[in-house]
Write a protein that binds this ligand. Structure first.
Ligand SMILES: [Zn+2]
Length: 419
């Protein structure tokens, strides 16, 4: 009983502290951006118009406000699932209907996923059709949005249910070391996704066409050879179908590796700038950022599964989070859900570390790009992308430290010496 009360207390305290920090950071960001709205920072005075600067400010404020509302709502939902007994009630109802066993556990996971998805819906709709729309970024129609949702749901069920069933089965049948097996399965599944995502899943949502612009292709191929990099193909994706935001990325690994340019990126950047952006992405490969990320994911998952393996056998883990465990059946799905719900509450405070690591990687990739292409081109490309995505040039420094996975434009351009 004591451990149970301690868990309840720690969970509530961390949840509250997280909320306070999130609200504090978001209000800092909104105030800072609003305060600098009327003047383009000196370093950008010649390159960024006041109108573009103000659009970025308004877009940032609108997104932050929506984010705040979402944060408050998500905290209420989390409380409702856990300490207020939502998950417990759902579990009881399903046990009453299906009895205990695999079917009931899968139904619990599926119901949870569907309810969570429905609760998130208003926010994603508002984000796309109100915020993005207002700033001219949204290219999505209702029809496309609906088709996406149907595909997402079918894919989620087709991929998620079998893997969930396999993990639940291991939890019940593989003895006290089940978590090691489950970890192996989970990692194998993640690696498999890296291979099948670019070739089978992404094409369900977008069209990928081989890059046809011969001049650009020659340039890009030469750059890749210079950097000792082989990819299976260069593709152009119809990103403009959904959004005006521009991007380029690498995906897959081994034989499935490919470079994908959004059509929106090619429309906005000169060939030299495209080169520079690609060189930045190659920099991530050269510095092994992707491999490091995968290794970190493997290690963290192992810790997570080991912890789950231990927690799943403690009664206080359930009762402390508002759930009465089943006495005459497995509790594995409950343990999985509670773990997924509770862990982010405690790990939120590590996000500045993760963000800092990511920003360091961005600087390294920028430096690599400068060594292979032109720093001026990279600077121009970054400026165009920041402007096009309406990223504010004047974010709050503390907010940046906490959340930004990419350094703000001012810092990156200053390092490039291009400002
Ligand atoms: Zn990057």
């Amino acid at each position: 009983m004591q451990a149970s009360a301690a868990l309840t207390f720690a969970f509530a305290a961390f949840l509250l502290a997280g909320l306070v920090v999130k609200f504090w950071l978001a209000s800092r960001q909104v105030r800072f951006v609003a305060r600098h709205r009327d003047q383009v920072p000196a370093a950008f005075a010649g390159t960024v118009s006041l109108a573009a600067h103000q659009k970025a400010a308004d877009y940032t404020v609108a997104k932050s406000r929506l984010g705040l509302l979402e944060t408050a709502f998500a905290a209420a939902v989390l409380l409702a699932w856990t300490l207020l007994g939502g998950l417990d009630a759902l579990n009881r109802a399903l046990v009453g209907w299906l009895g205990t066993g695999m079917l009931q556990q899968l139904a619990l996971l599926a119901c949870f996923a569907v309810i969570s998805g429905l609760l998130d819906l208003p926010f994603s709709l508002y984000q796309t059709f109100v915020v993005e729309e207002r700033f001219g970024f949204n290219k999505m129609t209702w029809k496309l949005w609906f088709a996406d949702m149907v595909k997402d749901t079918v894919l989620g069920a087709a991929i998620g249910l079998p893997i969930a069933a396999l993990i639940l089965w291991l939890m019940g049948a593989a003895g006290p070391w089940w978590w090691l097996w489950a970890w192996g399965v989970w990692m194998g599944f993640n690696l498999l996704l890296l291979v099948i995502y670019p070739t089978f899943i992404a094409p369900l949502f977008n069209k990928f066409q081989p890059l046809e612009d011969e001049t650009l292709k020659a340039r890009v191929t030469a750059l890749m050879q210079r950097c000792g990099f082989a990819a299976k193909g260069l593709f152009v994706m119809d990103g403009s179908k959904r959004s005006a935001h521009a991007n380029a990325y690498f995906t897959g690994f081994g034989a499935a590796k490919r470079v994908v340019f959004y059509d929106t990126l090619l429309a906005k950047l000169s060939p030299g700038e495209v080169d520079a952006v690609l060189a930045h992405e190659l920099g991530h490969f050269k510095h092994r950022h992707i491999v490091k990320r995968i290794v970190a994911l493997f290690a963290l998952s192992l810790v997570g599964f080991a912890l789950l393996g231990w927690l799943a056998t403690r009664t206080w883990f359930y009762t402390g989070l508002g759930v009465r465990p089943n006495l005459d059946g497995p509790n594995d799905a409950l343990a999985l859900l509670l773990f997924m719900l509770a862990v982010p509450v405690f790990t939120y405070f590590v996000s500045p570390l993760m963000a800092q690591l990511s920003r360091r990687h961005e600087f390294e990739a920028d430096a690599f790009a400068v060594s292979q292409t032109s720093g001026r081109d990279l600077g121009n490309a970054l400026l165009k992308l920041y402007e096009d995505n309406a990223s504010t040039l004047t974010p709050d420094p503390v907010f940046v430290k906490f959340y930004y996975s990419h350094p703000p434009a001012s810092e990156r351009l200053a390092r490039l010496g291009a400002t």
